[in-house]
Design a protein around this ligand. Structure first.
Ligand code: URA
Length: 375
């Protein structure tokens, strides 16, 4: 078997076998297949697609490229969430403390932002002192002690995805259903969660531009999840406009803190509640989905979710003073108000343009090695 034959097969719209997919994933992960060969194959997959079976095989190969976490000593049922990316998407920062304050243990490994969509790892690092890179044993201990740990993805979790995602980003091949589904599901399976809520975004600021594509991606992820014996719920959310009122790492942390103090924008609340309700259901502790919204609002009202965020920040080395006094967060060196020339209302705000402006201002990275500006 050699990579040129595999590239040629996909170029000619043929179906790749499990062995061929394994050969590619292993070879690319251990650097025996070059970036340009991998780029050629990824482009052929992007153009000619993959069958369900090929997508499943790609997911399995990617999952096996690194370690698989065993979290069974923390809880019988671990629930997780994943978003396909959005502008102003601070849902993880709000939803996870809510879930933990409801007595459901949560572990979340998040990535950095790539392209115009933000990443939770960058947002967590905007909290002074917060450690996103802690050993697995410490992560487990934190969950045992306070029911929550939010960290960065470890280097040995799905290393194939790290390389493939960066390559796809560099060659304009991110928005492909089999490639997104295998990327997300390999990470979720490797993390060892039993119940997974996927927030599939669609619209101008998302990889899926319309609801039909989003549904197709949801079906593909659900099919893979089912075969991997995971419970999957997909929530489709609109990403034509940014979520909430803040875009940018520090600003989004501030918005998340305010949300947990009870000041939550309506669109953020809709997504947070939809996701948390389903995670509660998947945990097995809250089987009546319709009753869950009340419980979510209760832990926000009585301050338990906000307290949980503070516990998390403290446990992971962050300075809780910033959470208690959000005005202490560093501010951008200059702030430019944009005053409307006449009375009216903003009819629409294009998420893609806001994301691109954010990228130019240093919210995310244009190249993997770029430094970001948390303010
Ligand atoms: N999120 C991922 O983890 N992978 C993708 O390919 C797209 C969004």
């Amino acid at each position: 078997m050699n990579i040129i034959e595999i590239i040629t097969k996909k170029k000619n719209k043929q179906v790749l076998s499990q062995k061929e997919i394994d050969f590619f994933v292993q070879g690319y992960t251990n650097n025996t297949i070059t970036d340009y060969q991998a780029a050629a194959l990824i482009m052929a997959i992007y153009i000619n697609g993959m069958t369900e079976e090929e997508t499943l095989n790609l997911t399995i190969s990617m999952t096996k490229s690194g370690n698989i976490l065993d979290l069974s000593d923390i809880a019988e049922n671990i629930v997780d969430k994943h978003s396909t990316g959005g502008i102003g998407d601070k849902v993880t920062l709000i939803a996870m403390p809510i879930i933990a304050s409801l007595g459901i243990p949560v572990v979340k490994m998040s990535g950095r932002g790539l392209g115009i969509t933000g990443g939770t790892e960058d947002k967590l690092e905007a909290i002074p002192g917060y450690h996103t890179r802690i050993p697995i044993e410490e992560l487990k201990q934190n969950v045992k002690d306070i029911g929550i740990s939010l960290v960065a993805q470890t280097e040995d979790l799905v290393p194939a995805d790290k390389k493939l995602y960066a390559l796809r980003d560099a060659i304009g091949c991110v928005d492909s259903i089999p490639l997104i589904a295998s990327s997300i599901m390999s990470k979720k399976i490797a993390l060892g969660a039993n119940g997974i809520v996927l927030d599939i975004t669609c619209g101008k600021g998302a990889f899926m531009q319309d609801i039909c594509q989003a549904r197709e991606l949801a079906k593909m992820c659900a099919m893979i999840g089912k075969l991997a014996k995971k419970q999957i719920v997909c929530v489709l959310t609109n990403m034509d406009e940014p979520l909430g009122y803040a875009v940018g790492n520090t600003l989004e942390v501030i918005e998340a803190v305010k949300a947990l103090q009870g000041e939550m924008a309506e669109d953020v609340k809709e997504v947070v509640v939809a996701i948390v309700m389903q995670m509660m259901y998947l945990s097995g502790k809250y089987p009546y989905v319709k009753e869950n919204e009340k419980k979510v609002m209760e832990v926000i009202r009585n301050g338990r979710a906000y307290e949980k965020l503070k516990e998390l920040v403290q446990k992971q080395g962050g300075d809780v003073n910033y959470i208690e006094n959000i005005e202490n967060f560093p501010k951008a060196p200059w702030i430019e108000p944009v005053i409307a020339e006449k009375t009216g209302w903003v009819e629409t705000l294009d998420a893609e343009i806001v994301g691109e402006i954010g990228l130019l201002l240093g919210i995310g990275r244009q190249k993997k090695e770029d430094a970001i500006d948390p303010m």
